[in-house]
Design a protein around this ligand. Structure first.
Ligand code: ATP
Length: 256
């Protein structure tokens, strides 16, 4: 992966700008500061390696060199999108899930709120962050880390992980995958909040109809129930609780 290859491969995608780094702290951090410096809508930051990739609440997302797809999209939301930031995590996850199904015949699922699983193992994580100007949202950043080759999968994780390579026969091409995800992202972005997006997100939820636990950061179980679906605002609906919001909570299936 290099900047020339990316620019050529993505020339038919209406990007606001493209920055490529061989090695960087976090693509979300670069996209956040690019937004503050006047970056255009739908600009992209891509890195071959992240030294300080982030998950939610400051947790680490590992991106070793030459092994993963790590990028962040800088979005300048319109007034409709501003009111629906809670949907952007699902939008990003759906773009990846749809791509994996369409081009790789993989049955990927969205583990609420922000992970994409294949066969119950974590393939990717989505991290949405925002820049504010007063009380107005100036930028939405949608960061995505996808494990592509086997060496992208960290050891000793609490939740099991996998890579694309372990699930397909051919060698995956990171740039081609990126192109496919961006096309899908653009399509879903144009139907934000429409019933279609909500339905697709819900349909692709991992562990739907199954008993799960919602854990707090310290591991304490704060809710238990069967997943019924998600609400229009992206919160999770259990049979025991109408809406669990993103916050710092973790979802775990209960093996029965
Ligand atoms: P959980 O996975 O426990 O439900 P989460 O979805 O909130 O938590 P995130 O904050 O999105 O997790 O991602 C960070 C976590 O993902 C890390 O704490 C680590 O356990 C795990 N992780 C880090 N790098 C990778 C990777 N490349 N592939 C899979 N999992 C990773």
């Amino acid at each position: 992966m290099n900047k020339d290859r990316l620019q050529t491969a993505l020339q038919d995608i209406p990007l606001g700008g493209l920055r490529f780094y061989e090695q960087i702290g976090s693509t979300n951090d670069i996209a956040l500061s690019w937004g503050n410096e006047g970056g255009q809508d739908f600009s992209i930051v891509i890195a071959n390696e992240q030294l300080a990739g982030r998950g939610r609440n400051g947790r680490i997302w590992q991106t070793p060199p030459d092994s993963a797809l790590a990028f962040s999209l800088l979005l300048l939301p319109n007034s409709h999108e501003e009111k629906n930031i809670s949907l952007f995590t699902g939008l990003g996850a759906l773009a990846l899930v749809e791509t994996l199904r369409k081009y790789y015949a993989l049955d990927a699922k969205i583990k609420w709120p922000n992970d994409v699983l294949i066969n119950g193992k974590k393939l990717a994580g989505i991290l949405v962050e925002t820049n504010w100007h007063g009380d107005k949202i100036k930028n939405i950043i949608v960061g995505m880390g996808v494990n592509i080759y086997k060496n992208s999968v960290p050891e000793d994780l609490l939740f099991p992980a996998t890579s694309l390579e372990e699930n397909i026969n051919n060698k995956a091409d990171r740039v081609l995958l990126l192109h496919q995800i961006l096309e899908s992202f653009l399509k879903w972005r144009s139907s934000l909040r429409k019933e279609e997006l909500h339905k697709a997100w819900e349909k692709n939820l991992a562990f739907r109809g199954q008993q799960v636990q919602i854990h707090a950061r310290d591991g304490q179980i704060i809710q238990e129930g069967k997943i019924l679906g998600i609400n229009q605002d992206g919160s999770l609906r259990l049979d025991t609780h109408p809406s669990i919001h993103f916050g710092d909570v973790h979802l775990r299936p209960i093996q029965v």
